[in-house]
Design a protein around this ligand. Sequence first.
Ligand code: SF4
Length: 748
Amino acid sequence: MAIDAEPRLAYRVCPLCEAGCGLEVTLRGTEVGRIRGDREDVFSHGYICPKGSTLRQLHEDPDWLRAPLVKRDGEFVEVSWDEAFAEAERLLVPVLETHGRDAVGVYIGNPTVHSIGALLYTRSLVRALGTANVFSASTVDQRPKEVASGLMFGGSLTVPVPDIDRTDLLLMLGANPLESNGSLATAPDWPGRLEALRARGGRLVVVDPRRTRTAEVADQHLAIRPGTDAFLLMAIVHVLGAEGLVDTGPAGPHLSGVEEVLALAEPFSPEAVAPVTGLPAEAVRDLARALAAASTACVYGRIGTTTVLFGTLCSWLVDVVNTLTGNLDRPGGAMFTKAAAGAANTRGSGPTGKGVRLHRRHSRVRGLPETLGELPVACLAEEIDTPGEGRIRALVTCAGNPVLSTPNSARLDAALGTLDAYVAIDPYVNETTRHADVILPVPSSLQRSHYDLALLQLAVRNVAHYSPALLPLDEGQPPEWEVLARLALVAQGLGASADPALVDDLMVGALVDSAVRDETSPVAGRDPAEITAALGDRRGPERLLDLMLRTGPYGDGFGADPDGLSLAVLEANPHGVDLGPLQPRLPEVLRTPSGTVELAPPLLVDDVSRLRQALDAFADGMVLVGRRDLRSNNSWMHNVAVLVKGKPRCTLHVHPDDATRLGLADGGSAEVRSRTGKVIVPVEVTDGIRPGVVSIPHGWGHDRPGTRLGVAESHAGVNSNLLADDELVDPISGNAVLNGIPVEVAPA
Ligand code: SF4
C-alpha cells in the first residue's frame, strides 16, 4: 500500500442511492480515511446519511470478490480473468447455438443504474445476447411510473419531479424519503428540504398506511389502506371536476383529454371510495380543495403507489392531479429536469415524437406484457422452470439479488439451480449468485468513476457532477465496462479473448453518427471523424460521457459554445456544476404522437374499468406492506457491520389492536403466511401502522447456504419476498405487487 506523506482531500458523489450526495474523502496514498459530506457540493451542501461514510468499509469488505470465480465440482474456485471468460464462453455459446438467443435470459439489478460503466455497457451486452428474455429491477419498483410518463409525455424518463424547494403544498403518497432518501426525484437532504418547506409556511401531507418518519414530520398524515391510492386520486379528480376547481394553468394549451379524464372520475366520489381507502370523505374533499387553492402544490407518489395492483393508474393520476390543479410544469409544482447528458429528453426537440411502445409481445408461459423492451421479473422463475420450446436455459445477471428482491423468491431460488449455465457480474457470492457457474466481480465504488447518467434526469435542480475513480484498480482487475464488453463479445460469438475496445468504438461511433444526423444537435451535419477525433484519448464511459455532455443542452458543441460543458469542465469542478432551478419545458420536452400532454391515454382509460369494478369488490383482510430503513438499501449493505449493528430491524410491525386479536406479543414471534410461502419473524407491536396491515422490510433473509456474506449471515432476518405473490401484478406495467399482499398472521 502506497502511503503519501500528507493526507489529501478528494471529492466524489456517493453512488449508493438516488440522492447523489457529494462526499469529501480523506486519502493517504491508497489508504482511505474519513468520509464526510462535502460542504461545497452544489447540490447536497454537506448532507450525508449513515450509508455514505461506509464506502471505505465496502471497499475493504473481505467478502467483496477480488478475482473471478468458477464453479468446479460444486465449489467456487478463483481463476484468472482469461479462464473466467473462457468458461463463460464454453457455457453460454452452446446454449445460444443449440436453443437460440431467447434461451439466455438476462436480469439487470438496481446497482446498474448507479454505475455509469454498468449502465452504458449493459446495453451492449443485452444487444449482443439478442434475447427477448430481458428482466430488470424496474418491474419490482418503478415501471408503472415509466409507463405512465411514457404514455402521457412520450418518454419513459420524462417524469415530472416535485419542485420541493419552491412548493407551498407537497402531497406525498407511499413515499418515505426520510428513510429512503428519495426515489424518482433526485434530491440530497430530504430532511432539510422538507424542513425548509415547512419553515417558509408550506404544508406537507403524507398518505401512507404507516406513520413513517416522513409522516411524523408532516402537517397531516392520512393512514390509507394499502393499494388504494388510485381510488384516493380519482376522488381528488372527482372533486376538482364536480366543484369547478379545475385550472390547468401554464400547461393548459398543451393538454388533451381533460374532459375525458374528468368523466372517468365521476363514479369515484370521496364518499364512494371511502370504504375502500379507509379515509374520511371530508378529508379527501379538503385535500382536493387545498391542492386547487394553493399558490403552488405538487403531488409525488412513490413505492406505495407503484408496487400495487393499480400501479400504472396511480402513477398516471398523480400527474393528472398535478395538471388539473395547474401545477404541471410550473415552478413549485411538478417539473421536468433538463439534465446535462443522457436520455433523449434532455435535449428537448419535441413536442411530437413516437411516444413509447408497449405490449408488443408477451411472456411465453403466462402471457405477461412486455414494456420498454423488458418482461416482468414476476415471471422470470416460470420462464426458467416451465418446460417447453423457448424456455430460459441460461442466465446472465448484472448486479442485483433477485432471490431476495423479487416475488415468490423460493420458486426463483429453486429455478436458478436448474439452469444449464449462469454467469453473474457481481462482487458478492449472495443468495442469487451462489447459483452461478461463473462470477465476474467489478471494482469497488471507490475504484470506479461516477456520473449519475439516469438519476440526474430526475433531479429537483439541474446539476452535473462527475467523480473520477479515487483508488486504482486491483492488480489484473479490468474496469467494469471492460467486463461487460468482453462478455458482450462472447455473446456475439467473437470469442473470450476479443478486444473490448471493439465494443467501445462501436458505441462511440453509433452515438457520434446519431448526433451528427440529429438536426437539433449542435454538431448536426458535421464530420463524424472530426467529432470522434476531438474526443481525444479517453476510452470507456468517460469518452461516451464527454460526447453526451458536449452535445447536450449545456454542452460546448465541440466549439459551438466555448463556455459550454464538457467532461474537462466537470473535472475542473469537483463539487459539481449548478445549472440552476428547474425551468418550464412544455411543449419542447414532449415526445407524444399528438404533441400534447395526453391526459387520457387509451391504455389507461381502458384500465379504469378494472378500478371501477374493484370499487364494489375490494378484497378485505390482513395485508403485508414493506418498510425502508435509513441504514439499508440494497441487500449487500447488510454486509457492512456498522449498518446492521444494534436492535434487529427485520421485524413484523403489528398494530396493538391486531396484536391483541391475534394473540401476538411484542418481542414474541409470528408466523406470516401467504399463497406462496411463510416466514417466522419477531413481532414489534406499534401504533405506527394502520390496523389490518403488517409490515416487514425487504432485502433480508441471509440464511441460504453457500453465500459469502459473513456479516449479513449473522444478521439474517427473513426474506419478505417469500410472501410476495408472483401471480399478483399490475397488468399494464407488469410490475410486481409488493405492497398489499394478502397474508395470514398467527403466533409462531
Ligand atoms: S443519502 Fe444516498 S447518496 Fe446520500 S450519503 Fe446516503 S446513501 Fe449516499
